[in-house]
Design a protein. Structure first.
Length: 100
């Protein structure tokens, strides 16, 4: 845990616990919401078969990104999660989103 705290620039175990909780809540919430969005859009596993899962994963990705920052904000960790988000999107080649 010490290396992870150093890598992320975290000082306390409490902050690390909060960050893990935010990741857990965000993952569960984005998966749950993707089901609701699929239902709302009329996308059903019974209709699409094998391509249902890739479509749902594509829906989860943007939901997860938004929820990560939002839930991080609610838990008082906006600074950490905003930096984490920017770093991840830049590595994915989407750094142009942060340039004026």
């Amino acid at each position: 845990m010490k290396k992870l705290k150093e890598r992320w620039g975290i000082k306390t175990n409490f902050q690390l616990s909060i960050i893990f909780i935010v990741f857990a809540i965000t993952g569960s919430t984005s998966a749950w919401l993707s089901t609701i969005v699929c239902d709302w859009m009329g996308i059903y596993k019974s209709d699409l078969g094998l391509i249902y899962t890739p479509i749902r994963l594509i829906l989860i990705f943007p939901l997860y990104q938004v929820l990560l920052v939002l839930i991080g904000f609610l838990f008082g960790q906006l600074k950490f999660f905003w930096a984490f988000e920017k770093k991840m999107l830049i590595k994915m080649g989407l750094g142009f989103l942060f340039k004026p």
